[in-house]
Design a protein around this ligand. Structure first.
Ligand code: PGA
Length: 244
């Protein structure tokens, strides 16, 4: 199976950086691939699709979507239908920054995943333990609880799960390869038992760089990587994509 590489730009970039970076990515073989997915801030998605990635194989992701399914009086919200209309294929849901800074919780995330499915988007659902759960050994229970809400969804479809330990995001610290493998295999088993009829990909995210990506991708059960900081530097991101 082709491994995925997702760039999470978070709240970064402006028109000049995005046009320079995407023009480059659309024209070099290392990055112009359908398994490369760029999660840009909302306001740049339509422009990226219609002007910067014309004839490119690169896919786009949004970094969030509304938990309201239908259009209506929800000031400031963007729903899945709008994202699909903009040419977006994937949507990140439940990133730990949104869980921790904005307080997004289980039921809202379940709505978002359901809405992504209904809109024809593939969710990239993030899970991962805080340092305390890693230290006291309860990390698998923590992740199981984060996954449990998904069982409420009736019409389950293909999904990407990203294992991102909170303590590894933006810190330069990554788990050992054995630790990554343990959690990724746990997620595969959990999902397989309940949703064996869909395609489930499990990514690793948290301080991924051109230096550590080879080792991470050697883990058979890892289906790709979610890259934050290193995706903002063209040379680093190109380097990562060349290895995926
Ligand atoms: P990082 O971020 O690569 O900068 O650690 C990853 C993420 O938050 O998705």
């Amino acid at each position: 199976m082709t491994k995925l590489v997702v760039a999470n730009w978070k709240m970064n970039g402006d028109t000049s950086k995005i046009s320079a970076d995407l023009n480059y990515y659309a024209h070099v073989s290392e990055t112009n691939k359908s398994n490369v997915i760029l999660a840009l801030p909302y306001i740049y998605l339509v422009w990226a699709k219609q002007h910067l990635l014309v004839n490119s194989k690169i896919n786009l992701a949004a970094q969030d979507l509304s938990h309201y399914l239908n259009c209506g009086a929800y000031t400031g919200k963007i729903n899945g239908e709008m994202l699909k209309d903009a040419g977006v294929e994937y949507v990140i849901i439940g990133h730990s920054e949104r869980r921790n800074l904005i307080g997004e919780n289980g039921p809202i995330l379940v709505h978002k995943v359901r809405n992504a499915f209904e809109s024809g988007l593939t969710p990239i659902f993030c899970v991962g333990e805080p340092l305390s759960a890693r230290t006291d050994g309860s990390y698998l229970q923590f992740i199981e609880l984060q996954l449990a809400g998904l069982e409420e969804i009736e019409q389950f479809k293909d999904i990407v799960i990203a294992y991102e330990p909170c303590w590894s995001i933006g810190t330069g610290k990554i788990p050992t390869m054995a630790e990554i493998q343990e959690v990724v295999e746990f997620i595969h088993q959990y999902m397989q038992k309940r949703f064996s009829y869909v395609k489930i990909s499990v990514l690793y995210g948290g301080s991924v760089t051109g230096q550590n990506v080879d080792d991470i991708l050697k883990i058979k059960s890892v289906d790709g990587v979610l890259v934050g900081g290193a995706s903002l530097k063209v040379s680093d991101f190109t380097d990562i994509c060349a290895k995926v």
